[in-house]
Design a binder for this molecule. Structure first.
Ligand code: C2E
Ligand code: MG
Ligand code: MG
Ligand code: MG
Length: 292
């Protein structure tokens, strides 16, 4: 189904019970090696636009890790991220993506400043173990200081599985990041462990509604009701809502009508290497947003 096709994580990988334990350790070992020299190891970062539907402008990019495996060719994140997430190595991978992405977007923003354009944001995924790492705040501060990116230009995406495990220490860590100016986004909302209490107990600034709730907008009255309810709750809590995985104009129109101010998906732009976005300093309008 769509979940497999997108290569998305559907459950946490458990190396202890998986029959392909050997493959797990091979992937983790190879990725550990790749991280020692990321470019030579085939690691790179793709950027997918996040669009503000009020003015049809790209306001941010999500940084998505890519691995061009030296022997096996391009591996979708769904085939290696869950393995890495089951290991402490994910902390180093997420740090690498954070550093790469903050440098890239700081560079774009310097260009945009010269042209009188507002700064872009960058949204970086943060695995449960990364969130649990006591070094996270200093990693973020260092990445911001070294890149020169404004803290208000950084969004960290956390998932519900991280949030269900969130201790008081993690909640305080999130509050510290928010105090710095960073925005916390709750990724893939509406799947798995969704509980409304996370929205009120953690300093969540953005809710990203999972693709599985977005794909049937226009045909499923039930999914429309859920998206509408999430939107109105978010508005009351001062949080913004983004619809993930928008693949056509119907989904986009319905998401907007149901109160999603922001959207992301193949209909608006696919993840792409930075060099293909070299003109990002200029063409930020997404003209076909209202085409349908
Ligand atoms: P995610 O964070 O929810 O990222 C969105 C995923 O949906 C991306 O898959 C993106 O390419 C895909 N997508 C975007 N628009 C559409 C659409 O219209 N239709 C469909 N079918 N898919 C769409 P990708 O790049 O394969 O990444 C999969 C997952 O891997 C991510 O889901 C995230 O959970 C994880 N991931 C990716 N990069 C990183 C990273 O640097 N660190 C960590 N911890 N996880 C990452
Ligand atoms: Mg994400
Ligand atoms: Mg997501
Ligand atoms: Mg996801």
């Amino acid at each position: 189904g769509a979940k497999q096709a997108g290569g998305r994580r559907v459950h946490l990988f458990d190396p202890a019970t998986d029959v392909v334990r050997g493959a797990h350790y091979r992937i983790v070992g190879e990725l550990r090696q790749a991280l020692e020299d990321p470019a030579a190891g085939g690691l790179w970062v793709a950027y997918q636009p996040l669009v503000d539907l009020v003015d049809d402008q790209v306001f941010a990019f999500e940084a998505l890790v890519r691995w061009e495996h030296p022997d096996r060719g391009p591996l979708p994140p769904g085939q290696f991220v869950p393995h890495v997430e089951a290991s402490e190595l994910i902390v180093g991978l997420d740090r690498h993506v954070l550093r790469t992405a903050t440098h890239q977007v700081a560079h774009w923003n310097a260009d945009r400043r010269r042209r009188g354009l507002p700064p872009l944001r960058v949204s970086v995924n943060c695995a449960p173990r990364t969130l649990a790492d006591p070094g996270l705040v200093s990693t973020v501060k260092d990445a911001l200081a070294e890149s020169g990116l404004a803290p208000t230009s950084l969004v960290l995406e956390i998932t519900e599985s991280a949030v269900v495990q969130a201790t008081r220490v993690v909640a305080d860590r999130l509050a510290t990041l928010v105090d710095l100016g960073v925005t916390i986004a709750l990724d893939d909302f509406g799947t798995g462990y969704s509980s409304l209490s996370y929205l009120t107990h953690l300093p969540i600034g953005m809710i990203k509604i999972d693709r599985s709730l977005v794909q049937d907008l226009g045909s499923s009255a039930a999914d429309e009701a859920v998206v509408s309810a999430i939107s109105s709750l978010a508005r009351r809590l001062g949080q913004v809502v983004l619809a993930e995985g928008v693949e056509d104009q119907t989904q986009l129109d319905r998401a907007m009508a149901l109160g999603c101010r922001f959207a992301q998906g193949y209909h608006l732009g696919r993840p792409a290497p930075a060099r293909e976005l070299a003109l990002v300093a200029v063409p930020l309008a997404v003209p076909h947003v209202r085409a349908g």
